[in-house]
Design a protein. Structure first.
Length: 390
C-alpha cells in the first residue's frame, strides 16, 4: 500500500458530510439534554439527599451566618468567598427559607438558560432555524451546565452577565454609559472571583473601554465595605481569615481538573499560589499582545484559563460554552477550509455521551482543553498577524 493511498482529505470529507453529522448530533443532543436537564432540576428542587442543591444549601446557610454577625471564616472547612459575595446574594437568599430558595433558584436558572441561549445565537450570528436549534442544544448539553443546575451553583447566573458585558464593549467606539453598564455587569460576575478574574484582562485592554474595569472595581470595593459592616471584625481581619481558610481548604479539597489539583497530586502544594499568579499574569500578557483580535476569541481563551487556573469543580465546565462560541465564530468567518473544518470538528466532537447519568457531577471533561486552546489561540494569532502586516 503506497503512502499516498493513506492520505485522507479530512477537510474535504468534512465539507461533504458535515450536514449529516450535524443533523444526527442535533437529534442525539436533544434527547440527552432533555433527560439531563430534567433530572438536574429534580435534584435542585426536590432531592433531599446530600447532593440535592448542595452548593445552594451551603450558600444559603453562609449568608445567614454572615449577616448574623458570626465569624464565618472560622467555621467549618469551607466558606471561601470574599465579603462582597454574601451581600450580592442576600437579595436572593437572605430572606427566604431553603425550600423557597430552591424554587427561586430554579426559576432563575430557567431564565439564565434562556438568556444564555439568546446571547449565544446573537454572538455566533445564527440565521437558520437549524443553526439556532443546534446553538441552543450546545448550551443545554454541556454536562457542567446541568451539574450547575442540580448543585445550585453561581456560574449559571454569571454567564449572562459576562456575555452581556462583552457585548457592551464589543464596539470599539468610546462610550461612558456603555462602560458603566458593562462595569455593573462585570461586578456581578465577581460574585465568584475565581471564575471572573481572568476575564478582567479582556475588558482592561479593550480599546477605549478600560473604564468598565474601573467602574467594576469601584462597585466591588463599595460592596466589600458594606458587607463587612455586618461583621464584628474589621475588613483586614476578615480578609486575612478568608485567605488563611482558602489556603487550608485548597489542600484538603483541590477540586477537579485544575492546576491546584495537579500540583497536589505531584506533591507540590507549596507552588499553588505562585503557579496561579504566573498563569494569571501570562494570560494578561497574551491578551495584551492580541487585544485587537476578535473579542469573543479572547473570551474563549480566558474561559479555558478560568476553568483551570485555580480551584474549580465539574460544574465550572460550563465555561467551555464560551470556548465553543469562539470556535463557532471561527468556523463561520474563516476563509480557510482546513481552519473551518478543524473548528467544526472540535465543536461536534465533545464526548458528552459518557457524562449522562453520572451522579454528583463526577464526569470527564466535555472536550479537550488543549485542543480548544490551541485552535482558538492560533486563530487569534493569525488575525493579529494580518492586522500588523496588512
Amino acid at each position: 500500500m503506497s503512502r499516498s493511498s493513506l492520505n485522507v482529505d479530512i477537510p474535504g470529507w468534512w465539507e461533504r458530510h458535515r450536514l449529516v453529522v450535524f443533523r444526527v448530533l442535533t437529534v442525539l443532543m436533544a434527547v440527552l439534554a432533555t433527560l439531563k436537564i430534567a433530572d438536574e432540576f429534580r435534584r435542585l428542587v426536590f432531592d433531599q439527599n446530600v447532593s440535592g442543591a448542595i452548593d445552594l444549601r451551603h450558600m444559603h446557610r453562609w449568608v445567614g451566618i454572615w449577616f448574623a454577625g458570626k465569624g464565618l471564616f472560622q467555621m467549618g472547612k469551607a466558606a471561601l468567598y470574599p465579603p462582597a459575595t454574601y451581600l450580592m446574594l442576600w437579595p436572593l437568599l437572605g430572606w427566604t427559607s431553603i425550600a423557597e430558595a430552591r424554587w427561586l433558584w430554579a426559576v432563575l436558572s430557567v431564565i439564565a438558560l434562556f438568556v444564555i441561549s439568546l446571547l449565544f445565537i446573537r454572538v455566533i450570528g445564527a440565521k437558520s432555524r437549524a443553526e439556532k436549534v443546534f446553538a441552543v442544544l450546545i448550551v443545554l448539553s454541556i454536562n457542567g451546565m446541568g451539574v450547575a443546575i442540580g448543585n445550585g451553583q453561581f456560574i449559571l447566573l454569571v454567564l449572562p452577565a459576562l456575555m452581556g458585558a462583552t457585548l457592551l464593549i464589543e464596539p470599539r467606539a468610546a462610550n461612558i454609559s456603555r462602560d458603566v453598564m458593562a462595569g455593573a455587569l462585570l461586578t456581578w460576575t465577581l460574585v465568584k472571583p475565581s471564575l471572573a478574574l481572568p476575564f478582567i484582562w479582556v475588558f482592561l485592554f479593550r480599546d477605549k473601554h478600560w473604564r468598565a474595569v474601573v467602574a467594576a472595581t469601584i462597585f466591588y470595593i463599595l460592596l466589600t465595605f458594606a458587607s463587612a459592616a455586618a461583621q464584628n471584625d474589621n475588613l483586614p481581619v476578615l480578609l486575612g481569615a478568608m485567605f488563611h481558610r482558602a489556603a487550608v481548604a485548597t489542600v484538603e479539597f483541590a477540586g477537579t481538573r485544575n492546576l491546584h489539583a495537579m500540583l497536589i497530586t505531584l506533591g507540590h502544594p507549596e507552588w499553588i499560589t505562585f503557579s496561579s499568579v504566573i498563569v494569571f499574569i501570562a494570560l494578561g500578557i497574551w491578551i495584551f499582545l492580541r487585544r485587537r483580535a476578535d473579542i469573543w476569541i479572547l473570551i474563549g481563551v480566558s474561559a479555558l484559563v478560568a476553568r483551570m487556573w485555580t480551584y474549580h469543580r465539574v460544574y465550572d465546565d460550563a465555561l467551555i460554552m464560551l470556548a465553543e462560541l469562539a470556535l463557532w465564530r471561527i468556523a463561520r468567518t474563516s476563509a480557510s477550509l482546513s481552519e473551518r473544518a478543524t473548528a467544526e470538528i472540535l465543536l461536534v466532537s465533545k464526548k458528552r455521551s459518557k457524562n449522562w447519568g453520572i451522579p454528583k457531577g463526577r464526569a470527564e471533561p466535555d472536550l479537550s482543553f488543549s485542543e480548544l486552546a490551541s485552535s482558538i489561540s492560533k486563530r487569534a494569532n493569525s488575525r493579529i498577524s494580518r492586522a500588523v502586516c496588512g
